[in-house]
Design a protein around this ligand. Structure first.
Ligand code: AVJ
Length: 345
């Protein structure tokens, strides 16, 4: 269900439908969350994670307007190799991947600042651009608004229809023309293995024969290279990680004091993933008008805020198998640090 919020930006509303029942114990400790609105379903999700035995906050809460800006800053950092490596692969292979396209819907999940799709659009001849509709889908309405106006300026022939929302909700994607779904940035690596498979399988199910999925994945490599990318010397990643508490304070009116937490990011060798956590550096009681009792943190307690999966070729093949997609072609850079994978049904 799409609800217009401004011009042609739409908000995915069916996120609220994913949460249908509230357990009695949850009801007992929360106050009047009726799940009728998007904000309430987000509140529900936040509170659910903060009450779990191992506290967590979903990494999608990083991306409020300030967090989206911090992430864009991260992508420019010398230590943060993924974005520039992926962009070089897109740029080097854009002709083969995209030059012939016309009469398609180009969909991007987690479009951010749209700088990757710009590389794609530059490879397409302007006369063909007028037969393409681009659908950026992003959690941050501000990101969508900004990229819309920037793309309009750079590619006046292109039609752009932004969708602000949770891109795990896919049913409302347009269906009349062949579609290319771009899912760059190794964003799928934020999901636990099974959730990632479920998400890809969900994409596979809405794909028609001939539709393509272009997936960007960060590869396993020297651990020091990976860990440096999440512990940058300018401490922007630290600010990005801590900003999630501000997002939390905004949504459920908690009183998290940011200096009470330290940034922790390390490579989990068993699971081949970066984990980010916030670690309480003192004993803390957190209250929220949405909670009937305080949240207690002992010094050293962690809130798990992100997983960032790194892949091997075998893991990619396994992921494709599990989601019933087949790998048409894989592209990588000279160091095999990042991969762009073309998948079809
Ligand atoms: C946008 C999810 C790909 O996992 O590298 C950057 C987010 N987190 N620094 C990643 C992120 C910390 C990023 N993704």
């Amino acid at each position: 269900m799409l609800v217009p919020i401004q011009s042609d930006i739409v908000m995915l509303e069916n996120i609220t439908q994913t949460i249908t029942s509230t357990s009695a114990s949850f009801r007992a400790i929360t106050k009047r969350i009726n799940k009728e609105t998007i904000n309430d379903s987000l509140r529900w999700e936040l509170i659910h994670g903060l009450l779990a035995p191992q506290k967590y906050i979903s990494s999608k809460f990083f991306y409020d307007d300030y967090g989206s800006r911090l992430f864009e800053w991260i992508t420019q950092l010398p230590e943060y190799y993924p974005t520039r490596t992926e962009k070089s692969i897109i740029q080097n292979n854009a002709n083969e991947l995209f030059a012939q396209l016309s009469h398609i819907n180009l969909i991007e999940l987690g479009s951010g600042d749209c700088s990757k799709i710009s590389l794609v659009l530059k490879a397409i001849t302007p006369s063909k651009l007028s037969n393409i509709t681009y659908y950026p889908i992003d959690f941050s309405p501000a990101s969508i608004e900004q990229s819309k106006s920037e793309l309009k300026r750079e590619f006046p022939e292109l039609e752009v229809k932004g969708i602000a929302g949770d891109f795990t909700q896919l049913k409302s994607l347009p269906n009349e023309q062949p579609r290319i779904i771009c899912f760059f940035g190794s964003t799928i690596g934020n999901f636990e293995t099974q959730e990632a498979e479920k998400l890809l399988n969900g994409i596979q199910e809405i794909m028609n024969p001939g539709d393509q999925l272009i997936l960007g994945l960060d590869m396993v490599k020297d651990i020091s290279v990976i860990e440096a990318a999440y512990n940058d010397s300018q401490r922007i990643t630290e600010a990005f990680n801590k900003n999630i508490l501000r997002a939390c304070n905004k949504l459920i009116d908690t009183d998290f004091f940011i200096p009470d937490f330290d940034h922790l990011a390390f490579f989990n060798k068993e699971l081949n993933r970066i984990e980010m956590h916030l670690v309480a550096n003192t004993d803390i009681e957190i209250s929220s008008p949405w909670l009937k009792q305080n949240l207690s943190f002992k010094q050293g307690d962690r809130i798990h805020t992100e997983n960032s999966q790194k892949y091997t070729k075998d893991m990619i093949q396994h992921l494709a198998n599990k989601s019933h997609l087949h790998i048409n072609k894989m592209y990588t850079d000279e160091n095999s640090w990042f991969s762009i994978i073309q998948l079809m049904k």
